[in-house]
Design a protein. Structure first.
Length: 417
């Protein structure tokens, strides 16, 4: 039986997840509820009311002097200046990080403008910086789409790698009666899988060990990335787990042509070497023939008897392949597949979401005394400087309200508590 490594080594690589804006805060809440281990969570927002609802232990209220506790009203420049105003607090919160995930919904003000600022700070501190963001629905209009693309261009300059989830893909994989809340939880689940996969690689010792430096080798300065987890049991469990790890209908890239791959197989003691070979074959067949491949193998006590889990990180895609893949996916739909295959594809996404929602329903409400003891940590030290002139803009009330929801259209917003 393998022993747990001592705490000094186990906690060496510090991973932090920063959710900025409404969508980013929602993604962090999903991860906290899912009890992802080995990660610290930070919520960042200009909207004080929305920030107060965050489940993250560390909260940073940006632009306190600039927006006075309100949202940024789809004004990315305002979001950028709000983050810059609170640069010192952000820097202190990120100090000592080895890896930082930044998540937000592009197309609003706070996330679109603030995410590149946070990413730049993270890089200046020497952290491996990964962005996981969403593109707005096409029906949200050309202005929001343009704002999102401009924000993505700025963000890509400041991060090592990025994962983009186009919201339009939700429309092609959900059933007609799917609630908006469940649909957006699918995007949050992609982030959870990515972060949990990385955390497990770093914190769980293995027979063939992989660590933070292996992740850094694959992801540093890589650009577009694929990160996924596949779980399967029964016949062909390893092959099926590998297939599920590299095929997510919500991601903007496929593994085809990847030149950098790290994959880790976790399974029971009876996992056969031929099973591992089958899993590797599924992954390697899609990669570039000269790809740099790092392989790991571990025993995970969290797995049920007979289960196999495979974590895949892929980068180094051929130029233009990401854009071509996005167009191809937009033209396809699960509704064009046979009914059995539709159910199989949906099941890959729904399983984890339903488990989380059921756990919440059956969980006992927190005791009042415990709630009173735990005070939210909000850092917002005013910075003494001349307040810059705001550009002449007259955003509508509806646009201002939109920001607190992380660039989600009014009729698809999640309910606030």
């Amino acid at each position: 039986m393998s022993k747990r490594v001592n705490s000094e080594v186990e906690t060496f690589a510090r991973i932090r997840v920063v959710g900025i804006g409404g969508s980013g805060n929602n993604a962090v809440n999903h991860m906290v509820s899912s009890k992802v281990r080995g990660v610290e969570f930070i919520a960042v927002n200009s909207d004080a009311q929305a920030l107060h609802q965050s489940l993250a232990k560390r909260k940073i209220h940006i632009g306190k002097n600039l927006t006075r506790g309100l949202g940024t009203g789809m004004n990315a420049d305002l979001g950028k200046r709000a983050a810059e105003e609170t640069r010192q607090e952000i820097q202190e919160a990120l100090q000592g990080s080895d890896m930082i995930f930044i998540t937000c919904g592009m197309g609003g003000g706070t996330g679109t403008g603030g995410a590149p600022v946070i990413a730049k700070i993270a890089k200046e501190l020497g952290a491996l910086t990964i962005a996981v963001v969403t593109r707005p629905f096409s029906f949200e209009g050309a202005q929001r789409a343009l704002l999102a693309e401009q924000g993505l261009m700025e963000l890509k300059k400041e991060v090592d790698a990025y994962i983009i989830i186009p919201n339009d893909k939700l429309l092609s994989i959900v059933e007609q009666n799917t609630t908006a809340k469940s649909a957006f939880a699918m995007c949050d689940e992609i982030l959870r899988q990515a972060v949990e996969g990385v955390s497990d690689i770093i914190t769980t010792p293995g027979e063939i060990n992989t660590d933070f430096n292996d992740i850094k080798t694959v992801m540093e300065g890589a650009g577009p990335a694929l990160m996924g987890i596949g779980l399967a049991e029964g016949d062909n469990r390893a092959r099926e787990a590998a297939s599920r790890a590299i095929n997510s209908p919500l991601l903007s890239v496929s593994i085809n042509g990847a030149r950098g791959i790290l994959f880790v197989v976790a399974g029971p003691d009876d996992l056969g070497i031929l099973e591992v070979q089958e899993a590797a074959k599924v992954i390697n067949e899609s990669a570039d023939k000269n790809a740099r491949i790092i392989f790991g193998m571990m025993h995970d006590e969290k797995l049920k008897k007979g289960q196999v889990r495979i974590i895949v990180i892929a980068t180094g895609f051929p130029e233009g392949s990401v854009e071509r893949h996005e167009i191809a996916v937009q033209e396809s739909s699960l509704f064009s597949l046979p009914k059995e295959q539709q159910e199989e594809e949906r099941g890959k996404i729904y399983n984890n979401i339903l488990k989380t929602e059921n756990a919440k329903e059956h969980a006992e409400p927190p005791k009042k005394k415990e709630k009173e003891k735990e005070e939210p940590i909000v850092t917002a030290t005013p910075v003494k400087r001349d307040e810059p002139k705001m550009p002449p803009q007259t955003p509508s009330t509806a646009e201002k309200d939109d920001e607190a929801w992380g660039a989600i259209p009014q009729f698809l917003r999640r309910h606030k508590k």
